[in-house]
Design a protein around this ligand. Structure first.
Ligand code: HEC
Ligand code: HEC
Length: 291
């Protein structure tokens, strides 16, 4: 009896040891995923300090992509939530103030960060949704960068993002692949933004607004990978019963035809609400065209 128990005990301890070892191996693998960024070539949008370009970039930053929802109202960066098993996530200070990357990045560096998810110091960025911003046309990217380069400097020194053990295990298993690793560094880029009014323009806006970050790659709602969950945006969801005017009203005011109020902390409609009618209409047409 005593012997049997002892063997059981040894078996149990070995099982735990094996489990810890497996976690450790996955964490090491996860760390190696983010240890080195791939080389990317610079396709070279010229971000001239032209007032028209800057104004266009401001709209893209503040409305279409809502960069402020993570980087803060003045884009001087912020810590996103309290550190937990997933780690500490800090959206960088984008200005040229103390602790900001604005004084370090040249146009190629900005492009690398926004389009490829590689930081100013060559780091693989974690938590920056470049997989969606990758779609930006050269034209719009130049405008974005022109706007970012003239932000008023704000001093804000922040700690760096530190993926926690659980994030490393996720990276190790391949449940999350950072954009710098997932994206093809040589993928060609559209020079021009699709024609306003075309279905492609709707798809373009959905991409650079990162709707899939929460609504899933197919916009069909939660997938295993994606926190936080957003509902199905195709005809099989609530939107199947909506008209275009209901959609525009929902994005503008946060209130749905069935009289729910969309939580602005979960669904960043206050940013998207600044899009003009033709943009919202293009998004609606694209969403309605999905299976
Ligand atoms: C969902 C949140 C989120 C959104 C939206 C977002 N970012 Fe980020 N961004 C981050 C995080 C988090 C980091 C830091 C990641 C790290 O340190 O690993 C980051 C890093 C960056 C960096 C790299 C800075 C450095 O430290 O080298 C740049 C540049 C940047 N973001 C620009 C933008 C721009 C421009 C937009 C809008 C087009 C944007 N971000 C939208 C979360 C976000
Ligand atoms: C940061 C995550 C996030 C992003 C980015 C996001 N959404 Fe949402 N969205 C949500 C969540 C969460 C809800 C549910 C909110 C609630 O019920 O209060 C939602 C709800 C909605 C609804 C209402 C759906 C319904 O069934 O009532 C629409 C429409 C919508 N989102 C459209 C969009 C579009 C279009 C984009 C891109 C331009 C987008 N969302 C980007 C998280 C997001």
């Amino acid at each position: 009896m005593k012997k049997a128990l002892r063997y059981l005990g040894i078996g149990f301890v070995s099982l735990i040891a094996l489990f810890i070892l497996a976690l450790f191996v996955l964490m090491v693998r996860g760390s190696s995923v983010i240890s080195e960024a791939p080389p990317v070539s610079h396709s070279g949008p010229d971000a001239l300090q032209d007032s028209m370009l800057v104004a266009r970039g401001q709209i893209l930053v503040q409305t279409t992509s809502g960069c402020q929802r993570c980087h803060g109202q003045n884009l001087a960066g912020q810590q996103m939530g309290e550190p937990d098993a997933f780690g500490l996530f800090v959206a960088s200070n984008l200005t040229a103030g103390l602790g900001g990357v604005g004084s370090i990045l040249d146009d190629a560096g900005w492009e690398k960060a926004i389009r490829h998810g590689i930081g100013a110091d060559g780091r693989v960025l974690v938590g920056m949704p470049s997989e969606y911003f990758h779609a930006y046309s050269d034209e719009d990217l130049a405008a974005l960068i022109a706007y970012l380069k003239q932000l008023p400097p704000v001093d804000n020194e922040l700690p760096k993002t530190q993926p926690g053990w659980l994030a490393k295990v996720f990276l190790g298993v391949g449940l999350y692949t950072p954009p710098a690793v997932a994206l093809d560094p040589e993928a060609p880029h559209a020079a021009a933004t699709p024609d306003h009014g075309s279905l492609d323009y709707g798809s373009y806006l959905v991409s650079v607004a990162a709707c899939s970050e929460c609504h899933g790659a197919q916009l069909k709602g939660p997938e295993f990978e994606g926190p936080p969950p957003g509902p199905d945006l195709t005809r099989t969801g609530n939107l199947g019963a909506w008209m275009e005017s209901d959609f525009i009203h929902a994005i503008r005011t946060g209130s749905t035809p069935d009289e729910r109020i969309l939580d602005p902390n979960m669904m960043p409609w206050p940013y998207f609400s600044q899009m003009n009618d033709s943009q919202l209409s293009a998004i609606w047409s694209y969403l309605s065209s999905l299976e």
